[in-house]
Design a protein around this ligand. Structure first.
Ligand SMILES: Cc1ncc(COP(=O)(O)O)c(C=O)c1O
Ligand SMILES: NCC(=O)CCC(=O)O
Length: 444
C-alpha cells in the first residue's frame, strides 16, 4: 500500500471550499454523527479504503448496490470491455433489452420497462406517468418514506431529511407541495380516510415496498396488498418503489418475498435503482404494458435521457444481476441474521435498550426503552434515543467498521462479507455498545 500523502481532514477542508458542505449528496456529510467524513479511494470485496490508507469493513455498500461486494472481478472485466467499445452512443444497444428482459422475467408485474439513470428520475417519471394515465393530480406518500429528491416527494421524507430533521425542502412551490398528501405508514385507517375525502383526485399511492429510509420499517403483513386493493377501488394506481429493496432482498426484490404468500400484491408500476446498476448510474421504471405504453414515443407522457440506458452502466447492472444467484442471496441473509443477533447481544450486554428492525436482509437498530418493541411508522422511529447512535457509530469507525452515518438508514451487507470481515465487525461491537450505553443527549 502506498503511504498516505494527505488526510481526510485536509480533503474535507478543500472539498468544503469547492462544494456545498463538501459533499455531492447530504447523507455523506457526517452532520448527525459529527467528525470528518472519510474520503474513499478504493473498495474491494467487503472493504473500503480511505485517502489515509485505512481500510474499513463496509456496511454501506454504496447505499445498496454492492450486493456482490465491491469491485467484483467479473463485473469490472465486463465494464472494462464495454468501456473499450465506447462510453455512450445516444442510440439503442442490445444490452438494454437484455436488462429489461431480465427484470421482466423476475418481477411479474413488470411487463414493460424503461431505463433511466437515477432512482429520483425513476420515481419522478413514474408519478408523471400515473398522472398522465389517470388524468388526476394528487399523490399519496407515506411519512418517513424516501423516493429521491424531486419536488413532490420531499414532504416528510426519510433518508437525509430524517437525518437532518427537515420537514421538507425550501424551493418547492406551495402549489406543488399541496399535490402530495402524506399519510402515516402501515396505517390503513388513515389511508382509507384520505381516499374517502380525495379519492376521485388521487392519481397514485407511492410506497417503498418495504421502508428502509427511516431505518428499516417493514410493511405489516398484507399492508401492500390492502393498499393496492384500496387504491384500485378508487381508480388510483400504486407505485411500488423498489429502488432500495429491488434485487437486494431477493432475486425478485420485496415483491418476490411476498409473492406466493397471502400478502401477494400486484403494483401497477415498480421503480428500481441501486442494484440494477451494479454500482453505476442505472435505474428503471416498469409495470403494466397498458400504462407503460403511454410513455413517449408511443403515448403523450414525455420522458427522456441522454444517458438513459448507458451501455457501460447497463453492462455493470446486467452482470451483477446474472452473478447474483441463490447462493449470493443465501449469504446476504446469513450475514444479515448474524449481525442482527450479535449487535443486539452486544447492546443487551451493556444494558442498552433497543429494538431490531428487519425487512429481508435489510436491518437497522432503534435505541431506547420506548422502542424495544420496534416501530411501525415514522412517529415510532422518532420516539427513539437517536443520540445514542453517534458514539456507537464512531466507536465502530475507530475500530475499522464503516456504518451508515445516520441512525435513520439501513445497514447493507454484501455477499463478500466473509469470516474475516464479520469477525472484525464482531470484535468492534463491545466497545461500541459501551459507547452507546455511556451516551447522553446533547444539551441545546
Ligand atoms: C426507496 C428509494 N427510492 C428512491 C431513491 C432515490 O434514488 P437516487 O438516489 O438514485 O436518486 C432512493 C435512494 O436514494 C431510495 O432508497
Ligand atoms: N438510503 C438513503 C439513500 O440511499 C440515499 C443516498 C443518497 O442520497 O446519497
Amino acid at each position: 500500500m502506498t503511504a498516505a500523502t494527505t488526510t481526510n481532514a485536509a480533503l474535507f477542508d478543500r472539498a468544503q471550499a469547492a462544494i456545498p458542505g463538501g459533499v455531492n449528496s447530504p447523507v455523506r456529510a457526517f452532520r448527525s454523527v459529527g467528525g470528518t467524513p472519510r474520503f474513499l479511494v478504493s473498495a474491494r470485496g467487503p472493504y473500503v479504503t480511505d485517502a489515509e490508507g485505512r481500510e474499513y469493513v463496509d456496511l454501506v455498500a454504496g447505499w445498496g448496490p454492492a450486493i456482490l461486494g465491491h469491485a467484483h472481478p467479473e463485473v469490472i472485466a465486463a465494464v472494462q470491455d464495454a468501456a473499450a467499445r465506447g462510453l455512450s452512443f445516444g442510440a439503442s444497444t442490445p444490452v438494454e433489452t437484455e436488462l429489461a428482459e431480465l427484470i421482466e422475467q423476475r418481477v411479474a408485474p413488470v411487463e414493460k420497462l424503461r431505463l433511466v439513470s437515477t432512482g429520483t428520475e425513476a420515481t419522478m417519471s413514474a408519478i408523471r406517468l400515473a398522472r398522465g394515465f389517470t388524468g388526476r393530480d394528487l399523490l399519496v406518500k407515506f411519512a418517513g418514506h424516501y423516493h429521491g429528491h424531486s419536488d413532490g416527494l420531499l414532504a416528510e421524507a426519510g433518508s437525509g431529511l430524517a437525518t437532518f430533521a427537515l420537514p421538507g425542502s425550501a424551493g418547492v412551490p406551495a402549489e406543488v407541495a399541496a399535490l402530495t398528501l402524506v399519510v402515516p405508514y402501515n396505517d390503513l385507517h388513515a389511508l382509507r380516510a384520505v381516499f374517502a375525502e380525495h379519492g376521485e383526485r388521487i392519481a397514485a399511492v407511492i410506497t417503498e415496498a418495504a421502508a428502509a429510509n427511516m431505518g428499516v420499517v417493514p410493511p405489516l403483513p398484507g399492508f401492500n396488498r390492502a393498499l393496492v386493493e384500496l387504491a384500485h377501488a378508487h381508480g388510483a394506481l400504486v407505485i411500488s418503489d423498489e429502488v432500495l429493496t429491488g434485487f437486494r432482498v431477493s432475486k425478485a426484490g420485496w415483491w418476490g418475498l411476498e409473492s406466493g404468500t397471502d400478502a401477494e400484491y400486484t403494483p401497477d408500476l415498480v421503480t428500481f435503482g441501486k442494484v440494477v446498476g451494479g454500482g453505476m448510474p442505472v435505474a428503471a421504471l416498469g409495470g403494466r404494458a397498458e400504462i407503460m405504453e403511454r410513455l413517449a414515443p408511443l403515448g403523450p407522457v414525455y420522458q427522456a435521457g441522454t444517458l438513459s440506458g448507458n451501455p457501460v452502466a447497463v453492462t455493470a447492472g446486467v452482470t451483477t444481476l446474472r452473478l447474483a444467484d441463490d447462493a449470493v442471496y443465501a449469504k446476504l441473509d446469513e450475514v444479515a441474521v448474524l449481525l442482527q443477533r450479535e449487535v443486539s447481544a452486544a447492546l443487551a450486554a451493556e444494558g442498552v435498550a433497543h429494538g431490531v428492525q428487519r425487512a429481508g436482509n435489510l436491518f437497522s437498530f432503534l435505541f431506547g426503552d420506548a422502542v424495544v418493541g420496534g416501530a411501525r411508522d415514522y412517529a415510532g422511529v422518532l420516539a427513539q434515543e437517536s443520540w445514542r447512535y453517534a458514539p456507537f457509530f464512531h466507536a465502530m469507525l475507530d475500530a475499522g467498521v464503516s456504518l451508515p452515518p445516520s441512525v435513520f438508514e439501513a445497514w447493507f451487507v454484501t455477499a463478500a462479507h466473509d469470516d474475516a470481515a464479520v469477525t472484525r465487525i464482531l470484535d468492534a461491537l463491545p466497545a461500541a455498545a459501551r459507547a452507546a450505553a455511556a451516551a447522553t443527549p446533547a444539551v441545546a
